[in-house]
Design a protein around this ligand. Structure first.
Ligand code: PMP
Length: 359
């Protein structure tokens, strides 16, 4: 039996995708092989890779002057890889600090360049996105880095920053493919796959062509965007099985009506939860209303001594991974694309019932 898995990542995948992967496990389309066993340079895997790339391009309407790379190392690796690839002759970069993942990016970038924190939401415990009018960007920054969805704090940009000629770089790990995005407004978008795209192991980097000539000489080849672009992301052996499953997820999204349809569903799912949180005093979400994440919904019980009982009751009703991140405590419901609306309804019903019992 399947449960409702509210994990922040690795996270729930569409059941149809898992069934297809299972049915193709031993013999992918009469090849006599599992995808796991295929050479990454064989025609079978090349076709899987190319289809996944094309579908991702179509879903996000990625303009032709962008390369899409299927790399490894996750977003944590990109925290180092971004400055290595983008600094060129410059020595500093701007970062907007909206929470735990921004902080990690900043800490890592400091190994490679001077970091100017252009704005920070630390003054209000990372519960909002600082308005762009308050950002103190620097003229000679190599790029401006943002985390457009803070997975731990549950804070999301519902607008696109305008950084003029300075390339905008976004960590979209926890909301990529959940909503429409105007890729042309970004220089680089990166994301680990294990929330909205597929299994861990695959890292997607979308980079504008003109930014491919700025890498520092120390950049490792496996993380050198230009070298990887010239090798069709095959300079090293890519995460073949993860790419295959991500490709199935892309097909699933297309069959469901693409990004516009999934965005509508995500708005509806998030509203179910936030509308209830707004009606009760028993639970509380700390995030400023207009910056609330549609993907990660943290909330606290008024009486924290009930946390364990809440989690136990949730588990008994088939809902797991609701415990909040240790940095912020409380609860967190991650409701990615593959979380069915029934999962969110079951959670809200349970929250109400728990409130009636203990409120
Ligand atoms: N950035 C964000 C926004 C994330 O949510 C995560 C993972 N939770 C990371 C970076 C780190 O990703 P990884 O562990 O794949 O390197």
């Amino acid at each position: 039996m399947r449960i409702f898995n509210f994990s922040a990542g690795p996270a729930v995948l569409p059941e149809d995708v898992l069934r297809t992967a299972a049915s193709e496990m031993l013999d992918w389309r009469a090849s006599g092989m599992s995808v796991m066993e295929m050479s990454h340079r064989g025609k079978e895997f090349i076709s899987i890779h190319e289809k996944a790339l094309a579908d991702l391009r179509e879903l996000l309407a990625i303009p032709p002057n962008y390369k899409v790379l299927f790399l490894q190392g996750g977003a944590i690796a990109e925290n180092a890889v971004v400055p290595m690839n983008l600094l060129g002759a410059r020595t500093s970069a701007d970062y907007v600090n909206t929470g735990e993942w921004s902080k990690k990016s900043i800490k890592e970038a400091k190994k490679y360049c001077a970091v100017n924190v252009a704005a920070s939401a630390e003054d209000r415990s990372f519960t909002y996105v600082p308005a762009q009018a308050t950002w103190k960007t620097s003229r000679d920054a190599a790029y401006v880095h943002v985390c457009t969805n803070e997975t731990i704090g549950g804070v999301e940009y519902h607008w696109t920053p305008d950084t003029g000629d300075v390339p905008l770089v976004a960590d979209m790990s926890s909301h990529i493919l959940s909503r429409a995005v105007d890729v042309a407004k970004y220089g680089v978008i990166y994301a680990g796959a294990q929330k909205n795209m597929g299994p861990a192991g695959l890292t997607v980097v979308i980079v504008r062509d003109d930014l491919l000539d700025r890498a520092l000489p120390i950049t490792p080849s496996a993380f050198h965007w230009k070298e990887q672009a010239e090798s069709d992301s095959m300079l090293n052996t890519p995460a073949t099985y993860s790419i295959y499953v991500a490709g199935l997820v892309f097909e699933w999204l297309k069959a469901r009506g693409g990004i516009a349809a999934i965005e509508r569903a995500n708005i509806a799912k998030a509203a179910l939860l936030y509308d209830y949180l707004d009606r009760t005093e028993f639970y509380r979400n700390p995030v400023q209303r207009e910056d609330r994440s549609r993907m990660n919904v943290p909330f606290k019980l008024r009486d924290e001594s009930l946390d364990e009982a809440f989690l136990k009751g949730a588990k008994e009703r088939g809902m797991v991974q609701l415990k909040g991140h240790r940095v912020v405590g409380g609860m967190r419901a991650s409701i990615y694309n593959a979380m069915p609306v029934e999962g969110v309804r079951t959670l809200v019903d349970y929250m109400q019932e728990f409130e009636q019992r203990h409120g």
